[in-house]
Design a binder for this molecule. Sequence first.
Ligand code: GLC
Ligand code: CA
Length: 558
Amino acid sequence: MSDTWWKAAVIYQIYPSSFKDTNGDGWGDLPGIISKVDYLKNLGVDILWISPIYKSPQADMGYDIADYKLIDPIYGTNEDIDVLVAELKKRDMKLMMDLVVNHTSNEHAWFVDSISSKSSPKRSWYIWKDPAGSDSNGDPLPPNNWCQLLGDANSAWTYDPESKQFYLSLFTPEQPDLNWETPEVRAAVHDAMRFWLDKGVCGYRMDVINLISKDQRFPDAPVTNDGGKAKYHPGSKWYTNGPRMHEFLREVKREVLAPYKAVTVGEMPGVSDPDEVLKTVHQGDGELSMIFIFDVVDVDFVPGEGRLALRPFKTGDWVKDVVKWQRVMWERDGWNSVFIENHDNPRSVSRYCDDSDEWREKGAKLLALMQTTLSGTIFVYQGEEIGVRNMPKYWDGVLDKKARDHARTPMHWDGSPHGGFCGKDVKPWMRVMDDYVTFNVDVQTNSNSDDDLSIWQYWQRGLSNRKAHADAFVHGEFQSVDNAEGDDVFAYLKVGKESGTWVIVLNFSGDEVQWRMPSNVKVQGWVAGNYLKGKPDKPTEGTIGLRPFEGLLGRSAA
Ligand code: GLC
Ligand code: CA
């Protein structure tokens, strides 16, 4: 197997609590994942990445780890991992674990020790500071004005009345930040990583890995929140890709990743400078295999506002970021990850297309066509392959379009009660969406229409084509095509060394569009679209009528 086998791999993200319950507690588990390995193989998946399943009080759904070497009993046992790895291996597949080492749970033994006394040998494993003074009520003031990342009305510092010091907790008070300045912390992280690599996992998705190095002066954040009126503000500039981050990652690479040839994808929010990104993902001397860049999913971001900001956006606003990173990685020997969904973001068909009953199917296929033809390593998020949409507005109190819960509803396996996620008399930890009755894996994998594919079948075919022509779709050069008609049509070429040049045209609007093909694009013939199973019957030059959310894949005449 070549050292870069993972580039053309299809990675599928499992949100384990919502995937498949087998023991009747309403919570997904490892035996449930094991029971679906054939399903995933059939879809075309090579690597499963499972969101955290380690021992955890679940203050942040497992992103608060209490023991790095133990599977939480709610998911199963360490032996289940051995079984899963073995079952995957039989099918030529692999497992990727989620590594959360910017912080631990406050119930991790390291933190329990650290908070026990100022003289604890683990005191320096976390970030402890004296108060900055006290307010008019005599209450201690946090060391600086940083806000929490998951609740920006709160301070990022949590007070411990016993020792009269604060600890840094960027996400929630239950997630104290580890102090990477302490060499023993880094050694302990390396050790935890080796533990699962020794069990045969192929690598890690590394949670908020670009936050591990904090500016040791801990300066105040610029005053931006709530027009400057808030008490606390985002301190990101003092800990995003901080002063020692590259050094720490190079150490991880040398000590752990290189000897195991591990595959890594770093979660790196808030970074969009190519020079900076290349230090991490350069394929010669970069630190990690690839990272998640959030320009596209953060398209409605408003500086100084929290993660629920909703700036209205046009297709062109995020397409420009896709184009930018496709070109940067090609020109500078970096490597992309290709994704638009994960467990922290709304469903893509709801966000970038139209999730109404009328258009959902076309939109989901359009997004599949785009992703399966972009260069990089592709990630499919649980449920994306059947076009799961956001929860309805009135439902379960989720009012917000960007609530993380949209991506966390249980999987729709079939038309039985609770969508087959759990037994019919079991109460699932989160309600299953009502449309499971008609919108599920069973219906979509067995669909048998002469003229159209289900969303699932469309993904399956797209992933298989992607591998068959990996020279163009995975590794090829991306070239933009001028889009004379404005923002709604995203068109590009993919140039392969063996399979030649391909043309992709995607109409992201809900209207018919007359798209004028630029004169430098020559289409020999259309080979696939998202309106029917067979070859689209469309002109190959001049003006092409595109129906709402219609996408076309063609071969270019050299
Ligand atoms: C990442 C995870 C998110 C979690 C946070 C803190 O952004 O994807 O779910 O809340 O890190 O670990
Ligand atoms: Ca269970």
